[in-house]
Design a protein around this ligand. Sequence first.
Ligand SMILES: [Zn+2]
Length: 166
Amino acid sequence: MQMTIHSLEEKVLEVLKEVHDPEINTVSIIDLGMVEEINVQGRVVNIKILPTFLGCPALDLIKKNIETTVEAIKEVEEVKVEFIYHPSWTSDRISEAGRSGLKAFGIAPPPRLMDTDGSWHVDCPYCGSTYVTMENIFGPTACRSILYCKNCKNPFEAMKPISTLM
Ligand SMILES: [Zn+2]
């Protein structure tokens, strides 16, 4: 029995790799570090998700996508998706694959280190230059900023760093 339960959890994990942020289709919720827990009780799957950026409109859609995707597994009878806020999601949870997925989408991954004054720096996702300016701190959503690369002259988006220290 233990073996069966274990493999269903693995199946759930496997299909969750196909659930993407609706706005950034190159990055899965696994790579974003959003999935905190997968718990299988018989045929009921409980999934705990850490919301990423507060104010991002995609959460309901992500929840719906998780439910649809996991319910498609034939052993699964019910899926419960819960958003939890502890531990808090931080941009450090994004995996290496997630960081390259963001780059492939033209979004600079959030910087890992911040200056003590709270400012942050990103490299251009196109040419890797550090010579970028913060063109407009208000991007299309609360979680992204528009920056401008002075080296290759491309505007690009950057994900804001979110840390529990902020
Ligand atoms: Zn550039």
